[in-house]
Design a protein around this ligand. Structure first.
Ligand code: ATP
Ligand code: MG
Length: 426
């Protein structure tokens, strides 16, 4: 029978990689907690309407990337393609936004895309949202926090920040009309994708990757000229805060983001280390979204980072932590020895809970067990045979530095092990 395989673009994360994931997740979670963000754990499945009403009907995500299905009642639901919509839904439903609050979430997201390096169908994000502040110090906090995260991870030199303001929805509507009027005069020069977007989502044409389209845009009306005064001021103040914090950025006037709910600030952290999948983190302000989803009008701003892309970057920059080897590998010969080892090792774990100790299971010859001890990368082997059991002792064999083995009484093991480990760690 053919073995079943995972779904294309939905990958297993194996133990060696999982230690890297744990490292990254822990780094991000600790930093967010230190800035006062509380974790929100959200369902993976939400009503389809939540996403069409927030992300927007004519966005790539809702048009062609969602995993939507009917449950047994015939209700339409979708695997979440991103976290903000669910976060806003939960914040409204649980009245978390009665007062301003900072929230973060993490976990898998699902989009039906063409799988490639840095692009999966099940991928993972960590995101953060601030609710209740219309002032640009909130936008700044998120960006400053991210700049610190890149420094902590050692990848600050490999990412750059692009920011833009897309203004109020009224300003955008006026600009959209002007942009469409201009592009309609040059319709034949637009690529197929952009022609389609001209009708559905013309602002997205601004971040077209097509060089001809980009050239055409050089003479197009600029979004900046249509911005409302409040947005202009918000953007200037945000930039001043970033200057104060020493966070450098470039203003990219064509940055618009692919989701409908943004207004004013949008930003992306990009890298040239990942080819076409260069955006590792993206976000922006969404002052209308809470109300749009049925809550009391509440401003919001947030970001989401792509964990797979960040891990690829950490790898490219040589910043992944080394695999951790066990401290101790336990080898026994015979049933009595195994009993003695189980008892002694459990006492050792009581006394030194942070030690990593791997017990050889299933017995085997002394030689083959020693080979496994060596391959485990452990610093020390603890050996029990008939002699040791009879004497109430254990043999300690340093595995990494070629030093002589020694015998200890089992009673002194817990006390002696820490200094032996220190002595023989290479
Ligand atoms: P892209 O332009 O690369 O498709 P996006 O604008 O669709 O990205 P967002 O919805 O803003 O992405 O999601 C935020 C981040 O999540 C992205 O910057 C990226 O790091 C990550 N991301 C998005 N889609 C995927 C995917 N299919 N696989 C892996 N990571 C992804
Ligand atoms: Mg996308």
């Amino acid at each position: 029978m053919d073995a079943l395989r995972s779904i294309r673009g939905m990958n297993d994360i194996l133990p060696t990689d999982a230690t890297h994931w744990q490292f990254l997740e822990k780094s991000v979670a600790e930093l967010l907690e230190r800035y006062g963000y509380g974790e929100l754990r959200l369902p993976l499945v939400e009503p389809t309407a939540l996403f069409s009403r927030s992300i927007g009907e004519v966005t790539d995500i809702v048009e062609k990337e969602m995993y939507s299905f009917e449950d047994r009642n015939g209700d339409s639901m979708s695997l979440r393609p991103e976290g903000t919509a669910g976060c806003v839904r939960a914040a409204i439903q649980n009245n978390l936004i009665a007062n301003p609050c900072r929230l973060w979430y993490s976990g898998p997201m699902f989009r039906y895309e063409r799988p490639q390096k840095g692009r999966q169908r099940q991928f993972h994000q960590i995101g953060a949202e601030i609710f209740g502040y219309a002032t640009p110090d909130a936008d700044a906090e998120l960006i400053i926090l991210l700049a610190r995260l890149w420094r902590i991870l050692g990848i600050a030199d490999a990412v750059t920040l692009e920011i833009n303001s897309i203004g109020s929805s009224e300003a955008r509507a006026a600009y959209r009309a002007a942009l469409v009027a201009y592009l309609e005069q040059h319709q034949e020069a637009l690529d197929e994708d952009s022609q389609r977007r001209l009708l559905s989502n013309p602002l997205r044409i601004l971040d077209s990757k097509n060089p001809d389209t980009q050239a055409l845009l050089n003479d197009a009306p600029a979004l900046e000229e249509y911005l409302d005064e409040e947005s202009v001021e918000h953007f200037a103040t945000l930039r001043a805060y970033l200057d104060t914090a020493g966070v450098s950025y470039t203003v990219n006037p064509r940055l618009v983001r692919g989701l409908d709910y943004y207004n004013k600030t949008v930003f992306e952290w990009v890298t040239d280390k990942l080819g076409a999948q260069g955006t590792v983190c993206a976000g922006g302000r969404y002052d209308g979204l809470v109300q749009q989803l049925g809550g009391r009008s509440t401003p919001g701003v947030g970001f989401a980072m792509g964990m797979e892309r960040l891990l690829l970057m950490l790898e490219a920059c040589g910043k992944l932590p080394d695999a951790r080897s066990p401290d101790i590998f336990v080898v026994t010969s015979g049933t009595d020895a195994l009993h003695a080892a189980i008892a002694a090792v459990e006492q050792l774990r009581d006394a030194q809970p942070s030690l990593s100790i791997v017990q050889q299971l299933g017995g085997g010859s002394f030689r083959s067990q020693m080979k496994k001890a060596d391959r485990s990368g452990a610093t020390l082997a603890l050996l029990w045979g008939e002699d040791e059991v009879a004497a109430g002792e254990v043999t300690v064999k340093p595995l990494r530095d070629g030093q002589e083995q020694l015998r200890l009484s089992v009673a002194s093991l817990a006390e002696t092990i820490p200094s032996l480990l220190q002595q023989h760690t290479h």
